[in-house]
Design a protein. Structure first.
Length: 371
């Protein structure tokens, strides 16, 4: 199927109101960037907070912004059918800002901030490999528990383990939740509503016990429990799923079978701080088999991205991807349940609605000690 190029229109409503800002300096992260630079968009806003507009444009461009903490104020603007990157440059120029792309990210700030950032990166790249500042990257073991559970399980788990649903400034550098703007209730799914919770190192030790009890009580199941080791600032990828066949026409006039993936994909980039805590830049893509079409099965896709900071050995829980299934059950007495007028006395019909949530538990453990 051909994909049409969509024109995104920003109204007067603030689509995403969570500010995307960093503490005192730019953190360095590497993420995979998809190119949507030439996608035409239209913007019409009146007195919209600039940081909210930039947050929304990052969503429309399917990319990530790193914003200076000094960005503030409101903006009024109207643009019609201009390329996404041109719109971004126009918005920034109107406020004396600029951007630079580095490590797949858009770094946005004042001219002096960007110049200082570029100088810092040049100085770092000029260090000799044998210089005194060079050291082997620290290693991190990341354990992931991917769980499908009753939608009440996360709340009950918080009561038992004393989780903190709101993260303090000391516990996170920032929290960025990302859901596609066009997420809808397709294929029995509800739009994702991202949420994150932190577990202390002590509570993390009790997590396996609670998850085992979860399966025993029939409230859910553990889909996967992979462990992967990576280095500081190096992306780790975990992927599992299936490939679905679909039929296409070949240039010779015949048909051929191709495959596309319906996977659960988890990408994590860890960053070790001087105080021993670990920041995790997480991207989760959940693909599932949708409706059957003439070309094959559709793929329902949801994604979530977040950045949180957790103590060494602690656990962060990401959730908010729900699936709702409905079914009707009919129980009746043979023959008597089919008699007109009185048959309803001998049968019972019920509607059941199950709501499950996909939960991802991530536990980073630093394997080496700083020199």
């Amino acid at each position: 199927m051909k994909r049409s190029r969509l024109t995104h229109v920003l109204g007067l409503l603030v689509l995403l109101s969570s500010p995307l800002c960093f503490a005192s300096h730019f953190n360095q992260h590497t993420v995979q960037l998809r190119e949507y630079l030439q996608t035409p968009i239209s913007i019409s806003v009146i007195e919209m907070p600039l940081i909210d507009l930039l947050h929304t444009m990052a969503r429309l461009g399917h990319t990530h912004f790193v914003l200076s903490p000094n960005i503030q104020g409101n903006i009024s603007l109207r643009l019609e059918n201009v390329p996404w990157q041109t719109a971004l440059s126009t918005v920034l120029a109107s406020r004396g800002l600029r951007f630079v792309r580095n490590d797949g990210l858009y770094w946005i700030g004042s001219h002096s901030e960007i110049s200082n950032f570029q100088k810092q990166r040049r100085d770092e790249s000029a260090l000799p490999f044998g210089g005194e500042h060079h050291s082997a990257p620290r290693q991190i073991l990341i354990e992931a528990r991917i769980v499908e559970a009753d939608h009440r399980f996360a709340r009950n788990l918080g009561v038992k383990l004393g989780m903190r649903p709101r993260l303090s400034a000391l516990e996170q550098s920032h929290l960025q939740m990302s859901v596609p703007l066009n997420a809808g209730g397709l294929g029995g799914f509800e739009p994702a509503s991202a949420a994150a919770t932190l577990l202390s190192k002590h509570a993390s030790r009790l997590l396996d016990i609670e998850l085992t009890a979860l399966e025993s009580d029939g409230q859910g199941k553990i889909l996967s429990n992979p462990r992967i080791m990576t280095a500081d600032m190096v992306k780790a990828t975990i992927e599992q799923g299936t490939e679905l066949p679909y039929q296409t026409s070949s240039s010779s006039g015949g048909n051929k079978i191709q495959f596309r993936k319906a996977n659960l994909r988890l990408e994590v980039i860890p960053k070790i701080h001087h105080d021993g805590k670990v920041s995790l830049l997480v991207a989760i893509n959940k693909d599932s088999v949708g409706m059957k079409t003439e070309q094959g099965y559709a793929i329902d896709t949801k994604n979530l991205s977040s950045e949180v900071t957790v103590e060494n050995g602690g656990t962060v829980i990401l959730g908010g991807i729900y699936q709702t299934t409905e079914r009707e059950d009919l129980v009746k007495v043979p023959f008597l349940g089919d008699i007109p007028l009185i048959g309803h006395l001998f049968k019972h019909q019920s509607k059941l609605r199950d709501k499950t949530e996909l939960l991802v538990f991530l536990t980073p453990t630093i394997l080496d000690k700083p020199e």
